[in-house]
Design a protein around this ligand. Structure first.
Ligand code: PLP
Length: 400
């Protein structure tokens, strides 16, 4: 007798009731039921399609339903899904080799985990254990995650409201202000932790001179430089890693989001001088064969299809489209590759809602910034759809 049972699809009303009754909702909802994805498009329960300029919040860099990702997933799922870290495994070995090959020079080893915040937790531990120092300095407007260490590293205190004591020995300084940083770094500093292009904060790139001075300061003071590439990695900004815009060699780099095209995965890359004794870290699910097989395929496709260069070209095309017509309500546009922030003089939420009505899905950062993070496979004709909707909404705002 077959053991396969078909699930009866739920009706929309039933789905909404289930969410209302059973979800501990920490997100708030947009009133859209997403049921399927294909390339840069998402489809709702009525078959209506939406141009997805969110891509799982910078996760689905190869688009939805990429056939090679699916093949890797299916093949590995049939072979082996989980394997404890104390065994060798072929899929994990292949991924580690591939990851280190594309990483910035000097990042020769990796620990594999399951998410961005976990990669930050590990990086903080590794930096403190390796240097024997405690203090970690991070930048204002930065975002590193929602678990206790990552939340303590993130200056936004709204995130930690009601959470009790944070992890001690963190300090936060203004981004792109080297004097403020110099005043804080000393021989007790374990690490400086930075995004070189702040994502959640609203797409703010670091200045080249700032990053050079940060690297030098770390070297002078014996502190480690941790670069958080959770959002900027895997070709998002027009380079394989955003560090490459700065010719930067971090001591530790954190990764997640796009690493396995939507499967939960993270990684911490470390230089040889970052040493962690056996038994001081670990993960049940981290680096399992399933995510490793998919992540290896992701890197192969990103490289073969030259998606860093494509993201650079499409990002420039997108920006030119957004800037083609001026709007009274637009303050600034900031962009690196396909990481685009449009700072408005008005609240961004109503603009986001109207864009959704016109079939384009975007994100916000803070209250006034619209963020576009489409799949890197996006083509000019699809960007034209987003740009036309953007101008239509801003025309309406300008007229009101
Ligand atoms: C730069 C950065 N670091 C860390 C995180 C946390 O990642 P996760 O949500 O996978 O825990 C994020 C998430 O947006 C991020 O953008």
């Amino acid at each position: 007798m077959s053991t396969t049972t078909m699930l009866t699809p739920m009706e929309s009303a039933e789905i909404q009731e289930a969410y209302a009754a059973y979800e501990l909702d920490v997100y708030g909802k947009r009133g859209l039921e997403v049921v399927r994805g294909e390339g840069v498009w998402l489809y709702d329960n009525e078959g209506q399609r939406y141009l997805d300029c969110i891509a799982g919040i910078g996760v689905c860099n190869l688009g939805h339903g990429h056939p090679e990702v699916l093949a890797a997933l299916q093949q590995q799922a049939a072979k082996l899904i989980n394997c404890p870290g104390f065994f060798h495994n072929d899929a994990k070995a292949a991924f580690l080799k591939k990851l280190v090959a594309v990483a910035p020079t000097g990042l020769n080893r990796a620990f594999l985990c399951n998410s961005g915040t976990e990669s930050i937790e590990g990086a903080l531990k590794f930096a403190r254990i390796s240097t024997g120092r405690k203090t970690v300095i991070t930048a204002k407007r930065g975002f590193h995650g929602r678990t206790y260490g990552a939340m303590s590293a993130t200056p936004n205190r709204k995130l930690s409201e009601g959470c009790g004591a944070l992890v001690p020995d963190f300090a936060h300084v203004r981004f792109n202000d080297i004097d403020a940083l110099r005043a804080l770094v000393n021989d007790e500093t374990a690490a400086i932790l930075l995004e070189v292009i702040q994502g959640e904060g609203g797409v703010y790139p670091a200045d080249l001179e700032y990053i050079r001075a940060v690297r030098q300061l770390c070297d002078e003071q014996g502190a480690l430089l941790i670069v958080d590439e959770v959002q900027t990695g895997f070709c998002r900004t027009g380079r394989f890693f955003a560090c490459e815009h700065y010719d930067l060699r971090p001591d530790i780099m954190t990764l997640a989001k796009a690493i396995a095209s939507g499967l939960p995965m993270g990684a911490i890359l470390v230089a040889d001088h970052v040493q962690v004794p056996m038994g001081r870290h670990g993960s049940t699910f981290g680096g399992n064969p399933l995510v490793c097989a998919v992540a290896t395929r992701v890197i192969e496709v990103l490289e073969r299809d030259n998606l860093a260069a494509h993201a650079e070209a499409m990002g420039a095309y997108f920006r030119a489209g957004l800037e083609a017509r001026p709007h009274a309500q637009v303050r600034h546009i900031r962009q690196r590759g396909l990481m685009i922030g449009v700072e408005l003089k008005i609240k961004a939420k109503p603009v986001l809602k109207r864009l959704m009505e016109l079939g384009v899905l975007v994100m916000t950062s803070g209250s006034t910034i619209l963020r576009f993070l489409p799949a890197l496979t996006i083509q000019p004709a699809e960007i034209d759809v987003a740009v036309a909707a953007f101008h239509q909404v801003l025309d309406e705002e300008d007229a009101s």
